[in-house]
Design a protein around this ligand. Structure first.
Ligand SMILES: Cc1cc2nc3c(=O)[nH]c(=O)nc-3n(C[C@H](O)[C@H](O)[C@H](O)COP(=O)(O)OP(=O)(O)OC[C@H]3O[C@@H](n4cnc5c(N)ncnc54)[C@H](O)[C@@H]3O)c2cc1C
Length: 369
């Protein structure tokens, strides 16, 4: 039997950030992940400087042996149309490979790692939890992504009444003999004609990442195919993609209704449904939720009762706003679509709204630095 203060289910960016902070606070921490690291995660792998600051990433050390693609420009538009370019005079984001990034953060956390071990059972005990019949913990944290078993345990109706973003992505190494017309420092973002989602093509050194996500998952495959055709016609995607698209679902913050706190339990990251509404960016909210959770745990002393953990829910609301109570609009009205399309063709809107506000969240400084 292993005993610990905190058991974290999931070693992605949320889990590793919380593990790092709790270890620093002097707690004994076990991270359980069903995958053996390094592992892939369906993701474009775009991180903002606020993420770099919040996790204290040493860019020089990280980039020495790993892919770290500085981003200085963006192309934005509608699928099928010529994009608008927005250039900056500095590095405004980075491209990373999730199998490298997540592994790096997790291994430096100082927690006891149990990798390749899923959370199969979780039972409440008199003063905490018993996990997999072998780990006793006083606090359990769900950081296991959208389908986190801890979320289910504390009452989330996974996949039932939830409105999710459905996304597909492929990432592959560009074969040495293949020319690629995508500039590495300039990710390209293309909105679907009905504005219910967007697609991207993003080059990170020798790797190309292509994907599309929509709030309305009907005919997702068709949208992906038509985007790929568009890319092929502009010489940005080889005729044969050396890999296959993988799908994943996740919740946008305004539409998530999961409880985030329970007696001796917390949810962070995608398990809590925190991704930004406009961009779908989830790494920053994942990391920031972990920072807020660590502060709540520190303030709780060693009392992890619901009452002492509730400030975490309040901290999330203070940071990310009140969750919207209405259902999302899945089919935009014609007028809304027409206005949206006009806005996307406007250079000012592309820079100051689409990129600066929606994608870079430049108006919000990093948390916890
Ligand atoms: C197609 C796509 C593209 C995206 N692109 C971006 C992007 O470019 N930038 C960005 O910021 N966000 C992006 N996101 C969102 C981002 O990937 C997530 O928000 C982020 O990974 C959340 O981190 P997390 O730590 O909460 O969960 P995850 O990164 O999902 O980590 C969860 C971990 O839990 C483990 N786990 C799951 N179940 C169990 C279990 N039963 N037992 C033990 N372990 C378990 C998993 O193996 C995994 O390692 C994208 C998402 C998708 C789907």
């Amino acid at each position: 039997m292993i005993r610990c203060d905190a058991l974290i289910c999931g070693g992605g960016p949320s889990g590793s950030t919380l593990a790092t902070r709790l270890v620093r606070q002097g707690l004994s921490v076990v991270v359980l992940d069903k995958a053996k690291f390094p592992r892939d995660k369906v993701c474009a792998g775009w991180v903002t400087p606020q993420v770099v600051a919040a996790v204290g990433l040493d860019l020089a050390d990280y980039g020495r042996t790993r892919t770290l693609q500085p981003i200085e420009r963006f192309a934005t538009g509608l699928i099928g149309s010529r994009p608008i370019e927005t250039a900056y005079r500095a590095t405004v984001s980075y491209g990373i490979l999730r199998r490298e990034f997540d592994d790096y953060l997790l291994r430096r956390s100082g927690a006891t790692l149990r990798l390749g071990e899923p959370l199969d059972s979780l039972t409440a005990t008199a003063d905490g939890w018993l996990a997999n019949g072998a780990i006793e913990a006083r606090l359990v944290v769900g950081a296991g992504g959208h389908f986190c078993p801890v979320a289910r345990q504390i009452g989330a109706a996974l996949g039932k009444s939830e409105t999710v973003v459905a996304a597909q992505e492929v990432e592959f190494e560009i074969p040495p003999d293949v020319a690629c017309a995508v500039a590495p420092e300039a990710p390209e973002l293309y909105f679907c004609p009905d504005l219910a989602g967007y697609a991207w093509v993003f080059r990170k050194g020798r790797y190309l990442n292509v994907g599309l996500g929509r709030e309305d998952s009907h005919r997702l495959q068709e949208h992906v195919q038509s985007f790929c055709e568009f890319l092929r016609q502009s010489g940005k995607l080889p005729a044969q993609v050396p890999g296959r698209f993988k799908g994943h679902a996740y919740l946008l913050y305004p539409h998530a209704t999961r409880p985030v706190v329970a007696e001796r339990a917390l949810l962070i990251g995608d398990a809590a449904g925190l991704a930004y509404a406009q961009s779908g960016e989830g790494i920053r909210p994942a990391v920031e939720s972990a920072i807020l959770a660590a502060s709540t745990v520190a303030a709780a002393g060693s009392d992890y009762s619901l009452e002492r953990l509730l400030p975490y829910a309040a901290a999330l609301a203070a940071r990310f706003g009140k969750r919207a109570e209405r259902a999302p609009v899945s089919a935009p009205s014609r007028l809304r679509t027409a206005i949206g399309r006009w806005c996307l063709s406007n250079r000012w809107f592309a820079r100051h709204v689409v990129i600066d506000r929606w994608f870079l969240h430049a108006q919000e400084p990093a948390l916890g630095t």
